[in-house]
Design a protein around this ligand. Structure first.
Ligand code: G4P
Length: 298
């Protein structure tokens, strides 16, 4: 599903999330492990109004594990606990209740000191479209979808889901919009399939992705497409197009006259990238190197 994010929609999305924030103890912010910055809402700190937060790096199965570790450290330095997960297989999902309680430990300890019996931690999952919110909610829900309507303040139709380990979740996630101001962000989100292929040209998206991959993961490209030579850092545009043509020839993406159909070759590359066929690839690194450079000139 593609949502057209006009200013009015952003305002409404923000208001909907802020209504839900009143009901919860902690916001669980879902990011894509391959592009944690580009998949992060630009106004998240503002929207969350100091609510305690836990960051989940989802689709970690598709991301470079070493880079994911760097991201965990990056968020740690910001004082935010982050956890890599795979919402499809459930890898890492078991630790979510414990991590949420850890993020709220001061509050929970204060309640215990006052002799109060801490109730279940209530959480809301937030994130941009396609980041895996529904998949994760279904994973956490298992067969324990709670009865609705018996808790004050819950909008009709909304349910608390018992997610195990004293964690309760609102069953509808908060949907946030991605960053738009930056062209690079658009190309990265399109590369992972988070933005519809109708919005940016597939050839441009694949070109940017291929330039990054040939620099950061040349061995993966060589292996997948049996290429002998892949240009590294600072390659010229012509060289990247040359790689695309080589891939197209390997995959039989030819048009009449025998030249390579670059659009078809682009779709091959993007399909392989999105499906993990190129190996585990992260398009953003916290060292800043890739932030501006990786998918632009540099
Ligand atoms: P949303 O609610 O945030 O919009 O996302 P949703 O759960 O619908 O997930 C979007 C797609 O991402 C789904 O693929 C889902 O299977 C996939 N996905 C979610 N979490 C993970 C994960 O941890 N690892 C991997 N590899 N995939 C994950 P889909 O239904 O096939 O949709 P699409 O890929 O055809 O768009």
């Amino acid at each position: 599903t593609t949502i057209q994010w006009f200013p009015g929609h952003m305002t409404r999305a923000r208001r909907q999330i802020q209504e839900k924030l009143k009901l919860i103890d902690i916001a669980i912010e879902l990011l894509d492990a391959r592009v944690p910055l580009s998949s992060r809402n630009p106004m998240i700190d503002d929207i969350m109004m100091n609510k305690p937060r836990l960051v989940l790096l989802n689709k970690a199965d598709l991301a470079d594990p070493g880079i994911t570790r760097d991201w965990i450290a990056y968020f740690g330095k910001l004082g935010i606990e982050a956890l890599p997960i795979d919402a499809v297989t459930g890898e890492g999902v078991r630790s979510i209740p414990e991590k949420a309680k850890h993020a709220l430990r001061d509050k929970i300890e204060a309640q215990l000191r006052k002799g109060m019996n801490p109730r279940a931690v209530r959480a809301l999952i937030v994130g941009i479209p396609n980041v895996g919110k529904s998949t994760l909610i279904n994973r956490l829900a298992g067969k324990h979808i709670a009865a609705t309507g018996d808790k004050p303040g819950v909008t009709k139709g909304q349910q608390w889901i018992k997610a195990g380990g004293d964690l309760e979740l609102l069953d509808t996630p908060g949907i946030l919009w991605p960053k738009f101001e930056d062209e690079v962000v658009g190309y990265r989100l399109a590369a992972i399939g988070s933005i519809s292929d109708q919005i940016l040209h597939v050839e441009d998206v694949a070109f940017h992705a291929l330039r990054f991959i040939s620099e950061a993961y040349p061995a993966n490209l060589k292996e997948r497409y049996e290429l002998t030579d892949v240009p590294g850092a600072g390659a010229e545009a012509d060289e990247i197009v040359g790689v695309m043509e080589a891939i197209g020839r390997k995959r039989g993406c030819l048009q009449s006259g025998g030249s390579v159909n670059l659009e078809k070759a682009s779709m091959v590359v993007l399909r392989d990238l999105r499906g993990g066929k190129l190996g585990r690839i992260s398009l953003e690194r916290p060292d800043g190197r890739s932030k501006e450079e990786a998918l632009t000139d540099g």
